[in-house]
Design a protein around this ligand. Structure first.
Ligand SMILES: Nc1ncnc2c1ncn2[C@@H]1O[C@H](COP(=O)(O)OP(=O)(O)OP(=O)(O)O)[C@@H](O)[C@H]1O
Ligand SMILES: [Mg+2]
Length: 328
C-alpha cells in the first residue's frame, strides 16, 4: 500500500509507568500503521498494553506515573509527540483527528450533565459554532447513530440510558466532530451480543459511508475476522505478529497467536470443551526477562529460545505478514 495513504504511522513507541515497583514497560517498542479507510484490529490478553498504546497516541496517558519515553507518532503528516499533551494542536487532534470510544462510556461521559449539553459543548469547541447550531448538530449526530427520538434523548442524563445507547452517544461525538480515525477500545464488552453486533455494524457503516478509519481493540480474535482487514497481536507490551486477517486466521505463525485462536470459539457449535486456554500468565511488565516474553508459556519452545534475547519481528511467508519468534 502506498505510504501517501498512511493516515497514522506509529513507530517504535515506548511508554512506561514509573512506580514504586520499578519501571512498568507497558508499551515496549510498538510500531503499527493505519491507512485511510482501513479497519485494523489490535488483539491481545488483558494487560498487554492495547489501551495504553492508543492513549499514548492521543497523549492521554496519566503522567506521572506514565511517560512516553520514545518513538514517533505521525498523524496526517504531523509528528504528534512534538506537541505538549495540553497544546491546542493535541486538542485539535483529539477532536477532528482521532476519537477514542472507551469500554465503559460512563467513565468518559460526565454523569451530572445531560447528553445534549456534553455533545453540544464538544461540537462548539471543535466545529467553532454557536450554542444553537451545536445543539442542532448534536441532534443530527444522535440520529446518525440510530438513536430514536434524538431531540428527547438530548435532555437525559447518561445514567438514564442503556449501555448500548451510551456507546452510541460516544460514537455520535466522533461523528459530530468529523474525526478521521475512530479508536474503539473494546467498545462492546459491556454489552449483550445483539447490541454488540449493532454497535460494530454502526462503526463499520461510518467507515464506509463517511470514509473513516477504524482501530478495533479487542481480546477476541474471532470478532476481528468479520471486521478488520489487518490485525496486530500484542503480547507483554510488544507487537508479536501482524498480517492480514486472513493470514492470521489461516496461517498464524507465532505460538501465542495460535494459542489465542485455539482458546476462542471460531465455528458455530464449538463448545467449551473444544477450547484450549493458553496455560500460565503473561510476565510482569516491571520485570521482563531478556528473552522471549512468551517462553514460559510456549508449547514449542526450544533451546535457542532460552539462550537468545527477545526476537525481532521478521517477515514470515507472505509480505506484510511478520512475527517475532525464533522458530519462524
Ligand atoms: N497507572 C498505572 N500504573 C502502573 N501500571 C499501569 C498503569 N496503567 C496501566 N498500567 C499497566 O500497563 C499495562 C498495559 O495496560 P493496558 O491498559 O494498556 O492493557 P490492555 O491491553 O488495554 O488490557 P485490557 O484488555 O484489560 O483493557 C498493564 O500491565 C497495566 O498494569
Ligand atoms: Mg484496555
Amino acid at each position: 500500500m502506498a505510504n501517501s495513504a498512511r493516515l497514522l504511522d506509529v513507530r517504535n513507541l515506548r511508554t512506561s509507568f514509573f512506580t514504586g515497583e520499578g519501571e512498568v514497560k507497558a508499551v515496549n517498542d510498538v510500531s503499527y500503521h493505519l491507512d485511510q479507510g482501513e479497519v485494523i484490529a489490535i488483539v491481545g490478553e488483558s494487560g498487554c498494553g492495547k489501551s495504553i498504546t492508543q492513549l499514548s497516541v492521543m497523549q492521554l496517558v496519566q503522567s506521572p506515573p506514565g511517560k512516553i519515553i520514545g518513538g514517533e507518532v505521525m498523524f496526517d503528516g504531523q509528528s504528534l509527540l512534538q506537541y505538549a499533551p495540553t497544546s491546542k494542536e493535541m486538542r485539535a487532534v483529539r477532536g477532528a483527528g482521532i476519537a477514542m470510544i472507551f469500554q465503559e462510556p460512563m467513565t468518559s461521559l460526565n454523569p451530572v450533565l445531560t447528553v445534549g449539553r456534553q455533545l453540544s459543548e464538544v461540537i462548539m469547541v471543535h466545529a467553532k459554532v454557536g450554542k444553537k447550531e451545536a445543539w442542532a448538530r448534536g441532534i443530527r449526530a444522535l440520529e446518525a447513530v440510530g438513536i430514536p427520538e434524538p431531540e428527547e434523548r438530548m435532555k437525559v442524563y447518561p445514567f438514564e440510558m442503556s449501555g448500548g445507547m451510551r456507546q452510541r452517544v460516544m460514537i455520535a461525538t466522533a461523528v459530530a466532530c468529523n474525526s478521521k480515525v475512530i479508536i474503539a477500545d473494546e467498545p462492546t464488552t459491556a454489552l449483550d451480543v445483539t447490541t454488540q453486533a449493532q454497535v460494530m455494524e454502526l462503526l463499520l457503516d461510518l467507515v464506509k459511508s463517511h470514509d473513516k478509519s477504524l482501530i478495533i481493540i479487542t481480546h477476541n480474535l474471532g470478532l476481528v475476522s468479520r471486521y478488520a482487514q489487518r490485525v496486530y497481536v500484542m503480547y507483554a507490551g510488544k507487537i508479536i505478529e501482524q498480517g492480514t486477517t486472513e493470514q492470521l486466521l489461516t496461517a498464524p505463525q507465532h505460538p501465542y497467536t495460535i494459542g489465542l485462536l485455539n482458546s476462542m470459539p471460531k465455528l458455530e457449535g464449538d463448545t467449551d470443551a473444544d477450547l484450549l486456554p493458553i496455560e500460565g500468565a503473561p510476565p510482569s511488565l516491571n520485570n521482563l526477562p531478556d528473552q522471549c516474553a512468551f517462553l514460559p508459556r510456549c508449547r514449542l519452545a526450544q533451546d535457542r529460545c532460552r539462550t537468545s534475547p527477545f526476537p525481532d519481528m521478521r517477515i514470515v511467508g507472505d509480505l506484510e505478514h511478520s512475527a517475532a519468534c525464533h522458530l519462524r
